[in-house]
Ligand binder design. Sequence first.
Ligand SMILES: Cc1cc2nc3c(=O)[nH]c(=O)nc-3n(C[C@H](O)[C@H](O)[C@H](O)COP(=O)(O)O)c2cc1C
Length: 218
Amino acid sequence: MPAHGGTAALETPRAACDMGRMTSLPPLRARPDVTEFLLTRRSRPAKTLAAPRPDRTALEPILAAALRVPDHGKLEPWRLVVLSDAALGRLADLTARMGSARDLDPDKVAKAEAMFRDAPLMVAVIAAPQPSSKVPEIEQTLSAGAVCLGMLNAAQAAGWGANWLTGWMATDRDWLGAGLLLAPGEWVAGFVVIGSETVAPPDRPRPDLARLTEWRNA
Ligand SMILES: Cc1cc2nc3c(=O)[nH]c(=O)nc-3n(C[C@H](O)[C@H](O)[C@H](O)COP(=O)(O)O)c2cc1C
């Protein structure tokens, strides 16, 4: 009987298709530590994150975990751009320039500029919709959102704080072209800031499971 007390788990390793490669996965088993992690996971506000940040060796498994998402049709409708140092400074300058040229609220522009200027490290999750007669674009977008959540969780599991941000830049064609050289049709599903926790702000109220869930058995 498996540890979770449910129906019998598979007893032998089985093949799984992983990004086009066949790999062998161990049989399912209960992971209460992972459940506990998922029940307590939370973002850390970007403005509370600082150096040190993960280096490339520490970041790669986080990115690999993030890309391990459900992806209808294996279209890979997303890609990543890792931003640090001068690249973030350049995006901060661009945001300030473009925000003022558009007459946006100065506070909003300053906040958006600081998002890049102050980030210890940022990963732009690019939604890159692929032509498909089978998989609607909305499903591809959901998969890109899953990449963002997977990245938050993988970062936290490795001991880093992370925050999923967007803002007007995420869908502004001119900003996306000049700042990230995105192709037409691509946009930013999330700017994920990753760094070290400096303070532990209180958690926010969490959704009420009973109010949000219906149980139907007939
Ligand atoms: C698609 C998306 C975009 C978001 N954009 C912003 C943003 O631009 N600025 C912000 O302060 N919070 C933004 N948030 C909310 C933050 O990620 C917030 O920290 C998060 O909701 C905290 O949730 P958690 O603690 O469950 O991870 C966004 C959330 C999502 C899902």
